[in-house]
Ligand binder design. Structure first.
Ligand SMILES: Cc1ncc(C[n+]2csc(CCOP(=O)(O)OP(=O)(O)O)c2C)c(N)n1
Ligand SMILES: [Mg+2]
Length: 585
């Protein structure tokens, strides 16, 4: 009670007491920083507004978005690029739900991210008494992510963040949900106890060394092949084992096909690339080595006509080697004769060691047959690209993008749309790993601006986003974010007036437009001008080239509205056949 008698001493003692306390806000921030996480992608509001302020005050980069889905996509792709979980921070119920699509997409694509959402008062939520933004977020997130956790006590924040990080990046990476109720943030804790409660995660993604017998089995099968093929998936790109993957391809001389986000792992101009002869090599290969690529729909499930099978479900006769971090991946669609389970880096290095220096090159007939098809297809494409039709079409516009990427191989290419996606993937060569970021496993629209913001923030490199006009609309408001943070992003909208194409009409002759078409001649470039960015209306390849060169040079936020022939596209681009068609005409 001495303090009551001496008011001055009492104030000083209280001040000291306050200094020695910490709270939930700071524990969350310090736990992230302790683990090398320096950026938060999010959108403020109750109960996490102060967390965003305090994180910025503590030196973290806080990138605020206009919609949580875009913040979530940014976090996910930051995770893919860095092998550290990207953080998306949202408010409760609606903000959480807005972030959830990105979380599910991250999990599907094996991108490590953590969605951290504030949540309402547990006692009220659980009794369903109608709290502000009431929702049992943990239960809803669980089936859509790799792991989900909730922290109720400030002393458990360290453990909660540590578990979330491990779950996101270890084994097959994926999305993790972390639920932080509002009441957690103001909870106080003795500062020293708080510091001690935090965990610096040691070896968050431990290497997983493949078994030697599995490696030998795979090499035996590969050696027996007459027509071997390697398929590189985005798991191979994620692994950052670029030099070893290249050495594996080059030492064996085996032709390879990169999946979309593995483009550039070896330069697309590499002589062993069989991408331009894909429809020849898949059915003809006798042994296929999948490296970080799953036999999902993107590879026609490893069977059917694409693989030389007699009908759409028949096995084509290939033997498969599958290098994957998940032991459950093998046999998911067809028999895998030689699974090699481990992290891609360790697996590739073990395979390399087994290959030694005098591995026989694949038979010359195989290589010659591929080269013939490939050269023919490349020549045909060069002819198409050289044309300069009016109005501009996908080819003449993308020929420009192709040149710009060739001249700026460190630039990151973000890509979404249908025709705008498929044509870009096949026309624009990539020269370096992890430079192509796209719609991934789901073919989801809406990743464009979130991916662009994160790519620019994480890498500091210029970003070129090639967007269908429909695709752009899903995240278009983030051009304000791009301008606000002054990011070197150049958005190129392939504007063909609609979804797939812009020439459909309402068959009834009624006043409503057809479901797939947009306002004709829309001036998208004016959107970015509203926020101080550079807008360009480009109707010819020359105008497009000039604007793109200037965007790269100036690093100013730029949006180029590239006007494309509205009749140039096809339904769903390359995946027309996936549309269910009515039997009755
Ligand atoms: C979230 C989501 N909604 C809808 C779709 C269906 N979809 C696929 S591509 C696409 C847009 C294609 O139009 P656009 O981006 O303009 O590309 P274009 O073919 O015209 O070049 C849509 C709506 C999707 N893939 N993802
Ligand atoms: Mg379009």
């Amino acid at each position: 009670m001495g303090n009551v008698e001496n008011p001055v001493a009492s104030t000083a003692a209280n001040a000291q007491l306050v200094q020695e306390m910490t709270d939930g806000f700071h524990l969350v921030i310090n736990a992230l920083k302790l683990n090398g996480i320096d950026t938060i992608f999010g959108l403020p509001g109750i109960p996490i507004t102060d967390l965003t302020r305090k994180a910025q005050a503590a030196g973290m980069r806080v990138i605020s978005f206009r919609h949580e889905q875009n913040a979530g996509n940014a976090a996910a792709i930051a995770g893919f690029m860095t092998q550290k979980p990207g953080i998306c921070l949202t408010v409760s119920a609606p903000g959480f739900l807005n972030g959830l699509t990105a979380l599910a997409n991250a999990t599907t694509n094996c991108f490590p991210m953590i969605l951290i959402s504030g949540s309402s008062e547990r006692e009220i939520v659980d009794l369903q008494q109608g709290d502000y933004e009431e929702m049992d977020q943990l239960a809803i997130a669980k089936p859509l992510c790799k792991a989900a956790f909730r922290v109720l006590h400030a002393e458990d924040i360290g453990v909660g963040i540590a578990r979330a990080i491990r779950a996101a990046v270890s084994g097959r990476p994926g999305g993790v949900y972390l639920d932080l109720p509002a009441k957690l943030f103001p909870q106080t804790l003795d500062a020293e106890a708080g510091r001690k409660s935090l965990i610096k995660v040691v070896d968050p993604a431990p290497r997983q060394i493949p078994a030697q017998d599995a490696v030998q089995r795979a090499l035996g099968l590969l050696k027996s092949a007459k027509r071997p093929l390697i398929i590189l998936g985005k798991g191979a790109a994620y692994a950052q084992a670029d030099a070893d993957i290249r050495a594996l391809a080059e030492k064996t001389g085996i032709p390879y096909v990169p999946m979309a986000m593995a483009k550039g792992l070896l330069p697309d101009t590499h002589e062993q690339s069989a991408a331009a002869a894909r429809s020849y090599v898949l059915p003809e290969a006798d042994v296929v080595m999948l490296i970080g690529a799953r036999l999902n729909w993107l590879l026609s499930h490893g069977k059917g006509k694409t693989w030389g099978g007699k009908d759409h479900k028949a096995w084509g006769g290939q033997k498969f080697i599958q290098v994957d971090i998940s032991p459950q991946e093998a046999d998911s669609n067809v028999r895998i004769d030689a699974p090699v389970v481990g992290d891609i880096g360790s697996c590739v290095s073990a395979l390399l060691a087994g290959i030694g220096s005098n591995w026989p090159k694949p038979p010359a007939e195989w290589l010659t047959a591929i080269a013939e098809r490939k050269n023919k297809n490349i020549a045909k494409m060069a002819e198409t690209l050289a044309k300069n039709p009016t109005p501009m079409n996908f080819h003449s516009a993308l020929n420009v993008v192709r040149d710009i990427i060739k001249a700026n191989p460190d630039a990151i290419l973000v890509n979404e749309g249908a025709n705008a996606l498929d044509f870009t993937r096949s026309i624009v060569d990539m020269y370096k790993p992890r430079k192509r970021l796209d719609v991934g496993t789901w073919g989801v629209m809406g990743i464009g601006m979130g991916f662009s913001v994160a790519a620019a923030v994480v890498s500091g490199q210029p970003v070129i986003a090639v967007e269908g006009d429909s695709a752009f609309g899903f995240s278009g408001m983030e051009v304000e974010t791009i301008c606000r943070y002054n990011l070197p992003v150049c958005v190129v909208i392939m504007n063909n007036n609609g979804v797939y194409r812009g020439d459909e009409v309402n068959p009834t002759g009624g006043r409503d437009p057809a479901p797939l078409v947009f306002v004709k001649g829309a001036r998208y470039e004016k959107l970015i001008e509203a926020f101080g960015g550079v807008g360009v209306h480009a109707t010819t390849p020359a105008e497009l080239r000039k604007a793109m060169e200037e965007a790269i040079r100036s690093r100013k936020p730029t949006l180029i509205n590239a006007v494309i022939d509205e009749t140039a596209g096809t339904e769903s681009g390359r995946i027309t056949s996936l549309n269910p068609s009515a039997k009755k005409k």
